[in-house]
Structure formats: structure tokens, C-alpha cells
Design a protein around this ligand. Structure first.
Ligand SMILES: [Zn+2]
Length: 111
């Protein structure tokens, strides 16, 4: 039996149903002042990625980043743990404090 990774907690606007990364302030689409927590599956698709061979001081080299689209079109910039994934590939996303990490995800179950 495999361990199920935790959901990625985002905000859901009760007025327009937009899902977005938690942030201070009103809904970025409709301006509603309230939002409710909403869990998304911790998997996404790599939209773009890059590898920095000379990152800023304090960061390991190479420093790999990926822009990942989760369900409901929520996009998050992640630090890549492990090899650089191809654009269009599926990754598992986890949150560590304020930082999101991505690793290559196992293939989606058939069926
Ligand atoms: Zn809204």
C-alpha cells in the first residue's frame, strides 16, 4: 500500500468559486472579502522549468525551478527536488512552510 500525500491547501472564493494560492486580501477575480480553505490533489503538470547553475548566495547549485499547474488551473512556482522534469510531465507537489517543492510523480493509475 502506498502512502497518500497530503492535499495542497488553497483558497476558494465562495462568491465566484475561483481557487487560488492563499494570500492576504480579497479574491483576485471578484474582490470578495472572504475565502474558505480548499484542498487540491498534490499533483500537477509542469508548464515551464529551468535550471540555474549560478543561483543566488545561499541556494544549492544547480537550483531547479518549475512552474506547475495543479487542478482548477492553480499555478505554483516550485523548487524541483531531483532531476529537472520535462515540460508537460506530471509531478507531485508538497508544501514546506512557504515553499512548494516538486518531484517526479509516479505514473497515473490506469483506468
Ligand atoms: Zn471571487
Amino acid at each position: 500500500m502506498t502512502e497518500v500525500p497530503p492535499a495542497i491547501l488553497v483558497s476558494r472564493c465562495p462568491s465566484c468559486t475561483l481557487r487560488y494560492l492563499p494570500r492576504a486580501g480579497p479574491c483576485p477575480k471578484c474582490g470578495a472579502q472572504t475565502a474558505v480553505p480548499y484542498g487540491l490533489p498534490p499533483f500537477g503538470t509542469v508548464l515551464a522549468r529551468t535550471e540555474l547553475s549560478s543561483p543566488a548566495a545561499g541556494w544549492p547549485s544547480p537550483h531547479r525551478l518549475a512552474l506547475v499547474e495543479l487542478a482548477d488551473a492553480v499555478r505554483v512556482l516550485t523548487i524541483v527536488d531531483g532531476p529537472l522534469p520535462e515540460a508537460g510531465s506530471r509531478v507531485e507537489v508538497r508544501r514546506d512552510g512557504e515553499v512548494y517543492h516538486a518531484t517526479a510523480a509516479p505514473a497515473a493509475p490506469a483506468g
